[in-house]
Design a protein around this ligand. Structure first.
Ligand SMILES: *[C@@H]1O[C@H](CO)[C@@H](O)[C@H](O)[C@H]1NC(C)=O
Ligand SMILES: *[C@@H]1O[C@H](CO)[C@@H](O)[C@H](O)[C@H]1NC(C)=O
Ligand SMILES: *[C@@H]1O[C@H](CO)[C@@H](O)[C@H](O)[C@H]1NC(C)=O
Ligand SMILES: *[C@@H]1O[C@H](CO)[C@@H](O)[C@H](O)[C@H]1NC(C)=O
Ligand SMILES: *[C@@H]1O[C@H](CO)[C@@H](O)[C@H](O)[C@H]1NC(C)=O
Length: 430
C-alpha cells in the first residue's frame, strides 16, 4: 500500500512528461519541418537533416528549445502546406510571403496558439479564413493580401483583441465588412475584393484606398445610396423614426379618443342623479337628467334674450337657487324683467333686472366660461354657500349651453358694480 502511494504519483509524472514532451519537443518540431520540406518545392530547404536540431536551419529560429519562427520569404516555394505544422506549437512568426504556395491554410494551424505574426501575402493561397483563426488570441499582424482567399470576414474578428494590422487586399473576399471594433487595429486594407455594404463607423477614419475596388459605400467612400452626404445610414434611421412618430402619434390620438369615449359613457351612464352635462354633446335625454338634477322646478320655456341658443332645450332649464332662499321668481320672470346695464367686466356684463313684481336683482351674464357644467355647478354651490358681510350674496344661477347667469341680491348703495368687477369676487374663475 505504502509502495503504491509513493509510486503512483511518480508514474503519473513520468507519463505526463512522456506525453507532453513527446508531442511538444524540439524533435517533433524537427519532424514537422521535415514534413514541410517534403511537401513544398523551392530554394528552402537545403537543410542538413542529420543535424540534431533544426534551430540552425536557414529561416528557422528557436527559443526555449522550441521552434519560434519560420521565415521563408521569396524562396520560390510552390505546392501546398502540409499537415503537421500544427505541431510547432510555439511558433510566433510565420513568414511565407512572396512565394507561389497554393491551397488553404492547413486546419491543424488551429493549435498554433502562440502565433502573433502571419505573413502569407503574395502567394496563391485559397479558401476562407478558417474559423479557428478567430480564436487565435495572440494574433497581432495578419497579412493575407494578394492571394485568392475568399469567403466572408466574420464578426468574430472582434475576438482578436490584439490585432494591430489586418491586410486582406487583392483577394476574393465577399459579403460585407463586419462591424469591426478593435481598438488596437491601426492598419487595415480590404481593397480589391468583392465586398459590399457600408464601411463600419469605426473604420471610417481610414484612407479610402483601404476600401477601393469593392462595392462599398459610406465614409471615407461615397455616401451609400439613399443616404444624405456621408451620414452613413442616418437617413434610413430618420425614415424609421418618422414612421415611428407617425404611428406613435396615431396610437396616442386613438388612445385619447378611446379614453374620452369611456369617460363620457361613464359620466352619462354612471351617476343618473348627477348634474353632469356632457360637454360637447346635446342629447335629448340629458335635458331630463338635468331637470331631475336641478334644484328647481319644471320651469317654462326659456327662449328670450338671455338664452337664444338654448331653445332646443325645450324649456327644462331653470334657475337654481341656493340653500334656504326660497324661489321668488323663475327664469321667465327674469327674462321679462326690464334690464339696465350696470357695467361690463372681464367676466361679462352686469345688469340690474327689475322684475315685474317690483323686486330688483343683479344679473351677471358670464361670457366664455369654459368650465364644464359639473364643475360650474360645484363652484356655484360653493360660492352660494358663502355667507359674508363683505360678499354680495349669490342668490342663484342659470346654466345652459349658451348662457350662464349669476343672480345676486341687489344692493341699493350702488357699490354693486364695483363689487362685481373686483377681481377678488370670482376667485373660482381665475
Ligand atoms: C550535416 O550535419 C552533420 C551533423 O552535424 C555533419 O556531420 C555534417 O557534416 C553536415 N553535412 C553538411 C553537408 O554540412
Ligand atoms: C505531430 O504530432 C503528432 C503527435 O502529437 C504525431 O502523431 C504526428 O506525426 C506529428 N506530425 C508531424 C508532421 O510531425
Ligand atoms: C473568443 O476568445 C475567447 C478567448 O478570450 C475564446 O475562448 C473563444 O473561443 C473565442 N471565440 C470564438 C468564437 O472564436
Ligand atoms: C472569386 O470567387 C468567385 C466565386 O465566389 C469565382 O467565380 C471567381 O472566379 C473568384 N475570383 C478569383 C480571382 O479568384
Ligand atoms: C490598400 O491596398 C491597395 C492595394 O495594394 C493600395 O493601393 C493602397 O494604397 C492600400 N491602402 C492602404 C491604406 O493601405
Amino acid at each position: 500500500m505504502i509502495w503504491a502511494r509513493r509510486v503512483w504519483p511518480f508514474i503519473l509524472v513520468v507519463c505526463l512528461s512522456v506525453f507532453s514532451g513527446g508531442a511538444l519537443d524540439l524533435a517533433s518540431d524537427k519532424a514537422a519541418l521535415v514534413a514541410l520540406r517534403n511537401a513544398v518545392r523551392g530554394r528552402l530547404l537545403l537543410w542538413n537533416l542529420s543535424e540534431p536540431t533544426p534551430c540552425s536551419w536557414d529561416g528557422v529560429t528557436c527559443q526555449n528549445n522550441r521552434v519560434m519562427s519560420l521565415r521563408f520569404p521569396g524562396r520560390g516555394l510552390t505546392g501546398q502546406l502540409p499537415l503537421g505544422m500544427g505541431n510547432l506549437t510555439q511558433l510566433a512568426i510565420i513568414s511565407l510571403r512572396v512565394n507561389a504556395l497554393t491551397g488553404p491554410i492547413p486546419p491543424d494551424w488551429a493549435s498554433l496558439a502562440s502565433l502573433r505574426y502571419l505573413y502569407l501575402q503574395e502567394n496563391h493561397f485559397s479558401g476562407g479564413i478558417p474559423e479557428f483563426m478567430y480564436a487565435m488570441q495572440s494574433l497581432e499582424r495578419v497579412n493575407l493580401a494578394d492571394n485568392s482567399f475568399s469567403g466572408e470576414i466574420l464578426p468574430l474578428i472582434n475576438n482578436l483583441t490584439r490585432l494591430a494590422s489586418l491586410l486582406l487586399e487583392k483577394n476574393n473576399f465577399s459579403g460585407s465588412i463586419p462591424d469591426i471594433d478593435i481598438p488596437s487595429l491601426i492598419q487595415f486594407n480590404v481593397s480589391f475584393n468583392r465586398l459590399n455594404g457600408s464601411v463600419p463607423k469605426r473604420l471610417s477614419g481610414m484612407s479610402a484606398t483601404a476600401f477601393e475596388g469593392n462595392s462599398l459605400c459610406g465614409q471615407p467612400l461615397q455616401a451609400c445610396p439613399g443616404t444624405e452626404s456621408g451620414n452613413g445610414n442616418g437617413n434610413k434611421l430618420s425614415g424609421g423614426a418618422i414612421a415611428g412618430i407617425v404611428i406613435g402619434s396615431f396610437l396616442a390620438f386613438a388612445l385619447i379618443v378611446v379614453v374620452l369615449i369611456v369617460l363620457c359613457q361613464r359620466r352619462s351612464g354612471g351617476k343618473s342623479s348627477s348634474k353632469d352635462f356632457a360637454v360637447g354633446k346635446r342629447a335629448e335625454g340629458e335635458n331630463a337628467r338635468e331637470k331631475a338634477a336641478t334644484v328647481e322646478s319644471e320651469s317654462t320655456s326659456a327662449s328670450a334674450d338671455f338664452s337664444k341658443g338654448s331653445t332646443r332645450a325645450g324649456g327644462s332649464k331653470s334657475l337654481v337657487f341656493f340653500g334656504n332662499i326660497k324661489k321668488a321668481f323663475d327664469l321667465e320672470d327674469l327674462l321679462r324683467a326690464s334690464a339696465e346695464v350696470l357695467g361690463k367686466g372681464t367676466f361679462g356684463t352686469t345688469y340690474k333686472a327689475t322684475l315685474e313684481m317690483g323686486m330688483a336683482v343683479v344679473v351677471k351674464r358670464l361670457k366664455e366660461v369654459t368650465l364644464p357644467e359639473k364643475e360650474f355647478r360645484e363652484k356655484m354651490e360653493m360660492i352660494g354657500n358663502m355667507v359674508h358681510v363683505n360678499l354680495v350674496t349669490l342668490h342663484g344661477y342659470y346654466y345652459s349651453r349658451d348662457e350662464r347667469l349669476l343672480v345676486y341680491d341687489c344692493i341699493p348703495m350702488g357699490s354693486v358694480s364695483a363689487l362685481l368687477h373686483g377681481e377678488h369676487f370670482f376667485p373660482a374663475f381665475r
